[in-house]
Design a protein around this ligand. Structure first.
Ligand SMILES: [Fe+2]
Length: 278
């Protein structure tokens, strides 16, 4: 019952007065209290007071939970529009199942906790323990990943400011890609490769294991504000590429949306602000 009530979220507030519009779980609670009033000396009015008290005790934490809960961002393009570089089936599974599982588990892990910004959650994720670390990281990383891609025809180019920063740190776009690809290929097992801005304000490349990211205090790799991340978990490429991770990495550049990455750089990372992805 508790979990069902929790699932009602903020809707419970508007549903309280007209009980027929209340979530089923709340109606069941109201019905059970009202029925018990017929079997004992408690008046109907007293039963209503008890019902209100019960609801009130659940509504307070639920409201903050609803504020702190996250949702699944819609894919900003069609599942098949990254073909032939990333196949439709992989995109469906990756977005609707894997991404959604991180979201669901993050929301569960946040139940009863005060609302917090997703980027703040990243910072403290390792200290917070595996549920927040794995699912909070998984949610952030995938939100960034799906937004930074798009159809190859619209891939475009980095903005002048981003191109200048790439040239300053790596010498050229090709050199940056070379270093990035090596980091992605070398990541043992599951993880991510990242392009981001270091605390010194320079672009650099790093890689993290599992669903960690470089916003997390204490993570492996270089601390930075990521502007571009590549998922090298097998679920991101295995259906099409099987064991050919380097081919997936090379092809993935064709579907990078440079307008989105430039936006991440100019509006956030270049100013020292972690990229807001939801
Ligand atoms: Fe993934």
């Amino acid at each position: 019952m508790l979990s069902l009530l929790a699932a009602g979220g903020a809707e419970a507030f508007s549903a309280f007065a007209p009980s027929l519009s209340a979530p089923k779980s709340l109606r069941l609670r109201q019905e059970s209290v009202t029925m018990s009033s017929n079997d004992n000396p408690m008046s109907r009015r007293a039963a209503v007071v008890v019902t209100a008290g019960l609801l009130g005790s659940f509504l307070a934490p639920k409201e903050s939970k609803a504020e702190g809960a996250f949702s699944l961002p819609a894919l900003p393009y069609d599942y098949k529009s990254l073909e032939p570089y990333i196949d439709e089936e992989t995109m469906k599974l990756h977005h609707d199942k894997h991404f959604n599982a991180y979201l669901t588990n993050l929301n569960k892990a946040l139940e009863g906790k005060p609302a917090a910004k997703l980027t703040d959650i990243q910072k403290e994720a390792i200290k917070a323990g595996p549920a927040i670390r794995n699912n909070g990281g998984g949610y952030y990383n995938h939100a960034l990943f799906f937004k930074e891609m798009g159809p190859a025809a619209n891939s475009g180019k980095p903005s002048a400011a981003l191109q200048k920063a790439i040239d300053a740190s790596f010498g050229s776009m090709d050199k940056m890609k070379e270093e990035f690809n090596a980091a992605a290929a070398k990541r043992f097992g599951s993880g991510w490769a990242w392009l981001g801005v270091t605390p010194e304000g320079k672009l650099a490349i790093t890689s993290t294991p599992n669903q960690d990211n470089p916003l997390m205090e204490g993570c492996e790799g270089q601390k930075m504000i990521p502007v571009l991340g590549l998922d090298v978990w097998e679920h991101a490429y295995y259906l099409k590429y099987q064991n050919r991770r380097p081919e997936y990495i090379t092809n993935w550049w064709s579907v990078v949306n440079w307008e989105a990455v430039s936006n991440n750089y100019e509006k956030f990372a270049a100013k020292g602000i972690p990229v807001e992805v939801v």
